[in-house]
Design a protein around this ligand. Sequence first.
Ligand code: GLU
Length: 283
Amino acid sequence: MHDHPGGIVTRFAPSPTGQLHIGHAYSVLFAYRKAKENGGRFILRIEDIDTERCRPEYVDGIKEDLHWLGLTWEEPVRKQSEHMAGYAAALDKLAGADLLYPCFCSRRDIREEIARAPAAPHGPEGALYPGTCRNLTADERQDRMAKGEPYALRLDTTAALARLDAPLIWEDLEKGKQEAHPEILGDVVLARKDTPASYHLCVTLDDHLQGVTHVTRGEDLFHATHLHRLLQHILGLNVPVWHHHPLLHDEEGKRFAKRNQSVTLKSLREMGSMPEDIIRRVS
Ligand code: GLU
């Protein structure tokens, strides 16, 4: 096991876009137990930069569910929406290193560009951003910004990788040592058009700021870690270890989803389930 003189720190970082379900119960207990079994600390963080989809009543619901499960966490709870200036500063640093570019493409532009170029790069999660706006000239960028065209900021992943003098390594406690290959995700968006940050940027920065030593989360985010490792390197952040756990599936073999109301912790509670029932079901 790794040496963590200050003790291990884990976190559960839900987005308040709906009620927690049984899959979240598995994930939060995974993080909680890992901390507690090792005499460590457990943190709750609210990932609410998506102002369109996140709602305060879901934050209350998350806390109610976790209390009901018998979990406790440190206060105050970090809410990402309250730290936009910190994310902006990280973006400035990346821009200063010439690793960001504005992307004016709509989803439709991207779809059409990919359809035009069938050899466009693909990653494990599908077609990658084809790089259309990477090739704009400084004047074109200036013009379009001056016209008020909305834009996202993308990481120039190829440029970032070209500056590495050694491969980046990260460790997953389930799958072992990994060499980071962020190119499998292409030029990801680090600041969205609708909100000047992104999941990848905020999660990486926050795990550092909060001293998280063990990032535990579902294996659906395994590929994202390749990119997070690169961001940590460029921004000079701490490197935790990761434990991507398998996802729970329902009887039909499907992943639990927020839209499936019947498996939310709230409805299970209202139908008479006890916390022990849930804990047994996900253990
Ligand atoms: N906020 C993310 C989600 O709800 C999880 C982030 C993470 O654990 O890295 O899917």
